[in-house]
Design a protein around this ligand. Structure first.
Ligand code: NAP
Length: 354
């Protein structure tokens, strides 16, 4: 296990966006990283980061005055956190890898690429093997999953390990901040619900099987859960709630399911990553939880709350899971993956050569 002896220089792409801003905020107070470069679109190039910030005084002067670079750089940081839109990520991230950078990306562009690790540290840290062995600096892309997939898969992981998950029907209730800027207009969201989020159901149906798959010989053998999804957008600011109806191979009691959720240590406990809470899942102790407004800020936004565990007359087990989409589902997820690549000794040397 590797712990940095001096701060690692990082760059943030999409630093003025909904997710990028939260990555910047996490970087500013992070014990391992030194934010040295920021970038946004061509529209913003040349402005100081503080000029594009909602509350510039909240940023330290040296960060406030960082110039916004062009999206493709040049950058000196060996480690780059990307909150780019999908299309921009698809061209810019591979170019940065070709220069020798390690890119930790929020974008969906590379998630299902067979050579690209899709990682939640508590679920599948071993999938980083796709990049090469631990302790070897490397250029490449590491992605985090879709913001609804993260809480959903974290609730399924302990059940899959213990009882085998065969099929899942997932219905999401996703916050408006999940749409990025400018987001859906208030006139379409107030007193309303959108029963379809373009492109979302396709991601939620496939990413959990990659995450819960096994790695070997340079490839992932995906899990074989059958997943049906309905994604909805609801008038909540932050926090995605997912209702899960689950069919298991075994027939554990509901108490056994609760105990498994409550006691699951995850697979990152011994890594002691600074952004992760000590316990990956929190079992709600009241029947009317989780609720986005009450539970999303648990553990600095990194908490994942499970509740409403009950019998499902169709599939066997039913539950709800909720997490902050911009923190656990995006910015915090990327920062945790950045911590994981540091801990496992994979960050290229400064200057970017792997
Ligand atoms: P956003 O609020 O629209 O922000 C986009 C950022 O990218 C801004 O900094 C913008 O800069 C920059 N940008 C826009 N077009 C660009 C281009 N052609 N080239 C380079 N930079 C460009 O989006 P977001 O919600 O933060 O999402 C960012 C990424 O994270 C997306 O891939 C999204 O799918 C993913 N994600 C989002 C969430 C969420 O809950 N929102 C969760 C998980 C993953 P300007 O300010 O100059 O326009």
């Amino acid at each position: 296990m590797s712990t940095p002896t001096s701060p690692i220089p990082v760059a943030v792409l999409g630093a003025t966006g909904t997710v990028g801003r939260r990555i910047v905020e996490r970087m500013v107070r992070h014990p391992w990283f030194d934010l040295v470069e920021v970038a946004a679109s061509e529209r913003s190039t040349g402005r100081a980061l503080g000029e594009a910030w909602h509350d510039p005084d909240a940023l330290p002067t040296e960060v406030r005055t960082l110039p916004l670079r062009a999206p493709a750089g040049p950058f000196t940081a060996p480690l780059i956190l990307s909150a780019l839109p999908r299309a921009a990520a698809a061209t810019i991230e591979p170019a940065l890898v070709a220069e020798g950078r390690l890119v930790v990306s929020n974008a969906s562009a590379g998630r299902m690429d067979p050579a690209t690790p899709l990682v939640i540290p508590e679920v599948n840290p071993d999938h980083l093997e796709l990049l090469g062995p631990a302790g070897t600096p490397v250029a490449g892309v590491v992605t985090n999953p879709n913001c609804a997939v993260i809480p959903m898969t974290m609730a399924l992981a302990p059940l899959h390990e213990a009882f085998g998950v065969q099929a899942v029907v997932a219905t999401t209730f996703q916050a408006v901040s999940g749409a990025g800027l400018p987001g859906p207009g208030s006139i379409t969201m107030i007193d309303n619900l959108h029963p379809w989020i373009p492109g979302e159901e396709e991601k939620i149906a496939v990413e959990p099987n990659k995450l819960l798959g096994t790695v070997g010989e340079g490839r992932i053998q995906p899990a074989e859960m059958v997943i049906g999804v309905t994604s909805t957008r609801v008038p909540v600011l932050h926090g995605h709630l997912v209702d899960l109806s689950i069919r298991l191979r075994d027939t554990p009691s509901l108490d056994a399911v609760r105990a498994r959720i409550r006691s699951w240590p995850g697979r990152a406990a011994e890594l002691a990553l600074p952004s992760l809470p000590p316990q990956p899942l929190r079992l709600a102790d009241r029947p009317d939880r989780p609720q986005p407004r009450l539970d999303r800020d648990d553990a600095g936004g990194m908490g994942v709350t499970v509740g409403r565990i009950r019998e499902c007359p169709v599939n066997g087990v039913r539950m709800a899971v909720m997490a902050h989409n911009l923190e656990r589902g995006a910015a915090g997820a990327a920062v945790a993956n950045a911590e994981l690549v540091v801990r496992t000794g994979r960050v290229p040397h400064a200057g970017g050569q792997g």
